[in-house]
Design a binder for this molecule. Structure first.
Ligand code: HEM
Length: 490
């Protein structure tokens, strides 16, 4: 009897061991030690997170696992892992994390934050059909005209550089989105667009809003101490709503009266249905175009300011690009966007700006719809998946001497430049719909500026050049010198 019991117990133990060995879920990816409840919350800095994430990439490898108050987060540190998951497995990796504060402020209608369902598809199509490769030449002339204006205005008043860049970029995006030409710095299209972008940046900042972690807080009465975020959100919501609807309604009226500057995305959507959109579709158009404006403004502005910065710091690069322009285009006309394939060095400068000065260092987070296993590790459903774009573009295994501004690294080859542009604009179904348009805008600015100006650092009262510490400060001052030979062209 004793023997039989022992045999049964032993068999049960062995059976349990076999079952648990074979059915054990793969483990989570490696990552920094987590505290109970808080997880890694205290280890994630509130600014320059990508630098800390990049340090962890070196320590833990291609995929790093974090938790913030129980919310799983996965960092993807190589182009390969981002491609394998966000592109190859896009059906389950294309949602966005839920951002309660941003939703509360009215961004729940914008497709950048929609999960990858029907409304997202519908809004995204409104934008992609207007920014597709065959449509882009329609916009070259506006982009080039604004680049010429920037060169002219910056020569006259280099001290106002940031404001000038904002105005010219805003003018391009608003013109193609709504058919409106911005004619003053206080134009409501420009001020509303900027205000709603600032609100988006603040409302979607990770780890700032307690309501993101505890959504139930949004039901608190706004007079309760600690519930001030409700009043803030209500005020912001009004501005966001105006940014989407005042602009759309203006555009619709000007389309109806025949005064809109064509083509523009609102008019294209209205034209497709002979000017009569049902209310639900009208809602999709208003928010899609507003998302397009917001997506294109800050990114293009930052890239253009970085262009000035790097040209000012790298005089030899400027000279090399000017020689290329002289040789290929000459001095009787300005380079155009259509010339970009014959100006590979200028194109390399633009690519190097997107790499070194990474405009969107952590991309925009995706969310994982189902449990998944990759490379032997378990990635839990609901994870926030962050492509560490900055790390991918500064990985010495891919880009030697990565902190150096060096357009020569691409050897003038599109295939080498694609190593940057395939990463800097995001991945899979969510890849930036303004990618080619944005690249063209920055190319037009680069080619026009280099053809018309020499860019130098500003000088102090003793005539000494002021070289900014770019690791610490973004603001800088420049001096521009006109290249007289092409003066008549701008
Ligand atoms: C010029 C520099 C630009 C850079 C570096 C850039 C970068 C990005 C990145 C990294 C994403 C996230 C992709 C992902 O989720 O994987 C994105 C999304 C997006 N971008 Fe851009 N972008 C730029 C210009 C533009 C322009 C000019 C427009 C519109 C005219 C635009 C509109 C958008 C929109 C609407 C999304 C959201 C797409 C979605 O969620 O489906 N971007 N961009």
């Amino acid at each position: 009897m004793m023997n039989a019991t022992l045999t049964i117990s032993l068999a049960a133990c062995v059976g349990w061991l076999i079952v648990s060995l074979f059915s054990r879920k793969p483990k989570r990816p490696p990552g920094p030690r987590r505290l109970p409840i808080l997880g890694n919350t205290l280890q994630i800095p509130s600014t320059f997170q990508w630098l800390t994430f990049s340090k962890w990439a070196k320590e833990y490898g291609d995929i790093v696992y974090l938790e913030v108050f129980g919310q799983p987060m996965v960092l993807l540190n190589t182009h390969k892992s981002a491609k394998d998951l966000l592109e190859q497995r896009s059906p389950i990796y294309s949602d966005r994390p839920h951002l309660e504060m941003a939703d509360f402020c009215g961004f729940d209608k914008t497709f950048v934050l929609y999960p990858a369902h029907d409304n997202w598809r519908q809004q995204r199509k409104i934008v992609t059909q207007d920014l597709g490769p065959r449509m882009l030449p329609r916009y070259y002339a506006f982009q080039e005209a604004e680049a010429r204006l920037l060169a002219k205005n910056a020569i006259d008043d280099p001290g106002q550089l940031e404001g000038l860049v904002k105005r010219r970029i805003g003018t391009i995006i608003i013109r193609i989105a709504y058919g409106h030409y911005v004619s003053a710095n206080d134009d409501p299209f420009l001020t509303l667009g900027k205000a709603s972008m600032d609100i988006f940046n603040r409302a979607s900042a990770p780890g700032v809003w307690l309501v993101d972690l505890m959504p139930v807080l949004k039901y608190l009465p706004s007079w309760l101490p600690g519930a001030g975020f409700i009043t803030t959100a209500q005020g912001w919501r009004e501005i966001v709503h105006k940014a989407a609807w005042d602009t759309y309604m203006w555009s619709k009226r000007s389309y109806e009266s025949g005064s809109a500057l064509l083509p523009n995305t609102c008019s294209t959507a209205l034209e497709a249905v002979n000017g009569t959109l049902p209310r639900d579709l009208e809602e999709q158009v208003a928010w899609a175009v507003c998302t397009m404006m917001a997506g294109g403004m800050d990114t293009s502005m930052i890239s253009t300011l970085n262009l000035f910065l790097e040209m000012m710091l790298n005089r030899e690069v400027q000279v090399k690009a000017q020689n290329e322009i002289d040789l290929v285009i000459g001095r009787h006309r300005l380079p155009t966007i259509a010339d970009r394939h014959s100006l590979p060095y200028v194109k390399s400068i633009v690519t190097e700006i997107f790499r070194l000065n990474t405009t969107v260092p952590l991309g925009i987070a995706h969310a994982l719809r189902e449990d998944d296993v990759y490379d032997g590790v378990h990635l839990p459903k609901g994870s926030i998946v962050i492509p560490n774009v900055w790390h991918m573009l500064h990985d010495p295994a891919v880009f030697s001497n990565p902190m150096r501004f060096d357009p020569d690294r691409y050897q003038n080859l599109d295939s080498e430049m694609a190593k940057v542009t395939d990463v800097a604009f995001g991945f899979g179904r969510r890849v930036c719909p303004g990618k080619a348009f944005g690249e063209n805008t920055v190319f037009a600015f680069a080619a026009t500026l280099l053809a018309t100006c020499d860019i130098f650092p500003a000088v102090d009262e003793n005539g000494q050049e002021i070289i900014p510490n770019v690791a610490r400060q973004f603001s800088f001052s420049i001096r521009l010198q006109h290249q007289t030979a092409v003066k008549s062209c701008i």
